[in-house]
Design a protein around this ligand. Sequence first.
Ligand code: GLP
Length: 240
Amino acid sequence: MKVIVCDNYDEMSLQGAKIFEKQIREKANSILGLATGSTPIGMYQHLIKMHKEEGLDFSKITSFNLDEYYPISQTNDQSYRYFMNEQLFNHINIDKNNTFVPNGEATDADLECKQYDEKIAQYGGIDIQLLGIGRNGHIGFNEPDKKLFASTHKTDLTQDTIDANSRFFDDIKDVPTKALTMGIGSIMKAKTVVLLASGKNKHEVVNAMLDDFITTDIPSTLLKAHPDFILICDKDAYEG
Ligand code: GLP
C-alpha cells in the first residue's frame, strides 16, 4: 500500500488525475473503474482540463462505474449515470456507448449484476479503479457487515449512508435505500486501485486504513491486501 498525503483537496485531486493520465497515455484503450460522490469531482475536473488543454484522449477508453442506486431512473439527477455524464463524460471525448454504470432501471437486479460482472470480464478486467470512501469505510456500496460479497450485487444501504447522502436530496425520504454495487472481489480484481479521501470527517476511517488490521466492519481495510493500492488523502483526512 502506498500513501500520498497532499496539502489540500485540489492537490489530492491533481495527484489522482496524474495517475489516471499516465495510465491513459500508456494504454489508450484502458479500462477505467470510476466512482461517484463529491470527492472525485476535483479529479474529474483535472482530467477534463487535461483533455481540453493537453490532448488527453479518451476516444478508446472504456469505463465501468462502481455502483448505482436501485431502483432509480437514469435521467433522475441523483442517479450516478446522470452524475457521470454531468461531471465527466459530457466534457471529454469518450464514446458514451463504452461507459457502463449498473442499470438502476433493470427489472431483474440479480441478472443485471451478473451481466455487469460478465461484461467487465469480457473486456479483460479493470486496469485502474478509482474509489471514494464512506465515513463508515464503505467502498462502492459495500457496507460494513459480518459478511461481504465478492461479486456485483444488490444491497441495502445503512442508515449512516442514507443520512450522509441525504444532503443531495430535497428530502431524506427520497434517498434510495438500496443499490447495485460491484463487490469486494470485483474491486480487488482491478490491477491498480486508487482511493481518494478528503476532509476531517474521513479522518477516523483513514486512520483505520493506516493501521495494519483488516475487518469487514470497515470494508476499505480489505484494500490493504491489494498488491497495487494507492491511498491519496489530504491533510484534513490524514491528520484530522
Ligand atoms: C457514496 C458512494 C461511494 C462514495 C461515498 C463517499 O455512498 N457510493 O462510492 O465513495 O458516497 O462520498 P463522498 O465522496 O461524497 O464523501
